[in-house]
Design a protein around this ligand. Structure first.
Ligand code: PEP
Ligand code: MG
Length: 560
């Protein structure tokens, strides 16, 4: 009997799932030198047939999608049927192109026209490229790229997933997500956790897995079993049941066993996220990533659009706090309408608050919208800036927030300079939230998008913990609250260390809150403080984790 194929990736969204593989196919390009068509009229007919079949697929997807996706897919189907598109392809056929090249070129001409027209049409470029990619693949006799239409609950396997692809997954049929690349702080990982879908990134040879192969995925440990036997499945299920029982035993506001409060908050990216999170046992929102609302949008959202979505989010949370982060565009979160052109090192370039300084009208519209929605809902809204490096930047931002009548201004601490100088930064604002994802990237000089640097990006890196400690010292000195809203807040063991370092709130994907709450309930503040010292005294991330585990209650093994 052959041994079971067990692989190890990085678990980024907890939960167990067992199901068949569906592979996400990358887009195909027309062949470099596609031969000219021998019969342009026949090729023209073939292109029309293919575009019609693409329209049919999009319509059938629309039939099963939610209202927003339905509207988009129906409009996209109409673009596939636009006689002008086929006519443009005819011209390329007549000029000596092969069918795939002709469709590709015709679609690109339309995209250029749409972009130049701006407004609603410019926003349709991504949709038209979807039509193009499907048509090119079909003309070459290949399957459509992207996430195939799901007919049964499946495990989605991809090299990597674009955030937009993750966001548009058919939630009810996706059991788990497994990617071969992607880091633990990539936005795909974050979105999967947000949607409560078990996910593993960095799984070796994932894209080589045959479609239909059964996988058992453990999104907590990162283990993936290929064709699992009944015993493995039973062990995984038993572990998840024990965990569920431990999580069900606590509820309400976060606190250590001796009553030291640590607010447990949700990270959200959309109004749908807000409505899903609001019915859960969370104390509010610690990070509303507003740029997630506008991913893929080619034009800036209007004031009215923004007021509508912020109002929905604020209403969902009633009196609970909502920390809104202003647009964090650039680098790993590109927004077409906030693009300042290419840069050598986008992560070190004009991103986050720096972009708001260069495009003040974007910040002004956003603050006006936030202020209107705050006034009409009466919500407890606190606004913070991303990527703040200096006290001057913090002061500039706080002034703008207050000028818009928003009473509480804060900053994210995700640049080492801001952590080291947090006393001065905090003196300018009302609160801070530590973004450990970027803080890790900038401390270790390791691109968070580069999965192969995962060891350097390990949130247990003692150097990152030293910077969190420095930031917390500034909080203590100024009497201002300081939280953590990066992914480590969701790790039950690391959450204890952060508590010991002095943070007063932890914000995470809402599905992770119960495990962190249970971990806090098992330990008193003194133990958390001892854990923080042990982690900082360690030489490596692994030593830090081992040292903390040695101090932890043994019941923690079911939570991590
Ligand atoms: C962070 O950097 O830790 C953070 C919370 O922000 P984002 O992941 O959106 O950059
Ligand atoms: Mg960040």
């Amino acid at each position: 009997m052959s041994a079971m194929d067990t692989r190890h990736g990085i678990g980024v969204s907890p939960g167990i799932a067992v199901g068949p593989v569906v592979q996400v196919r990358p887009p195909v390009r027309p062949p470099d030198k596609e031969p000219a068509t021998a019969d342009p009229a026949a090729s023209g007919k073939q292109i029309r047939r293919v575009l019609e079949s693409v329209a049919g697929t999009l319509e059938s997807l629309a039939g099963r999608a939610g209202p927003t996706a339905q509207e988009i897919l129906t409009a996209t189907a109409m673009m596939a049927r636009d006689p002008g598109l086929a006519a443009a392809a005819d011209k390329h056929l007549a000029g000596g192109s092969g069918p795939a090249t002709a469709v590709d070129a015709a679609a690109e001409e339309y995209c250029a026209m749409f972009s130049a027209a701006g407004g609603y049409l410019a926003e349709r470029v991504t949709d038209l490229r979807d039509v193009r990619d499907r048509a090119v693949a079909r003309l070459l006799g290949l399957q459509d790229p992207g996430v195939p239409e799901l007919t049964e609950p499946s495990v989605i396997v991809a090299h990597d997933l674009a955030p937009a692809e993750t966001a548009s997954l058919q939630r009810d049929l996706v059991l788990a997500i497994v990617t071969e690349s992607g880091g633990p702080t990539s936005h795909t990982a974050i979105l999967a956790a947000q949607m409560g879908i078990p996910a593993v990134v960095q799984l070796p040879r994932a894209v080589a897995l045959d479609v239909g192969t059964i996988l058992a995925v453990d999104g907590s440990t990162g283990e993936v079993f290929v064709d699992p036997d009944a015993g493995t499945e039973a062990t995984l299920i038993a572990r998840s049941e024990r965990r569920a029982e431990a999580l069900g035993a606590t509820s309400g506001p976060g606190a250590t066993s001796d009553g030291h409060p640590v607010a447990l908050l949700a990270n959200i990216g959309t109004a749908d996220d807000a409505e899903r999170a609001a019915v859960l046992d969370v104390e509010g929102v610690g990070l509303f990533r507003t740029e997630f609302l506008f991913l893929g949008q080619e034009i800036a959202p209007t004031l009215e659009e923004q007021v509508a979505v912020y109002t929905r989010v604020f209403q969902a949370f009633g009196p609970r706090r909502i920390v809104v982060r202003t647009l964090d565009a650039g680098a790993d979160k590109p927004l077409a309408f906030a693009d300042l052109g290419s840069e050598e090192n986008p992560a070190l370039g004009r991103r986050g608050l720096r972009l708001s300084a260069e495009r003040p009208e974007l910040l002004d519209t956003q603050l006006t919208a936030l202020s209107t929605a705050t006034r009409t809902t009466g919500a407890d809204v606190r606004v913070m800036a991303p990527m703040v490096a200096t006290a001057e930047e913090a002061a500039w931002f706080a002034r703008r927030v207050r000028e818009h009548g928003l009473p509480v201004a804060g900053v994210m601490i995700e640049v080492p300079a801001a952590a080291l100088r947090s006393r001065h930064v905090l003196a300018e604002v009302d609160f801070a939230s530590i973004g450990t994802n970027d803080l890790g990237q900038y401390t270790l000089a390791a691109d968070r998008m580069q999965g192969e640097l995962a060891t350097l990006l390990d949130p247990w890196q003692p150097a990152v913990l030293d910077l969190v400690a420095a930031a917390c010292d500034g909080g203590r000195d100024t009497g201002k609250p300081i939280g953590v809203c990066g992914e480590p807040a969701a790790d039950p063991l690391l959450a204890l260390v952060l508590t010991g370092l002095g943070v007063s709130s932890l914000s995470m994907a809402p599905t992770r809150v119960p495990a962190v709450r249970a971990a806090l309930h098992l330990h008193d503040l003194r133990t958390c403080t001892a854990m923080a010292s042990a982690a900082r005294a360690a030489r490596s991330p692994r030593d830090a984790r081992d040292a903390v585990l040695a101090l932890a209650n043994r019941l923690m093994s079911d939570l991590i």
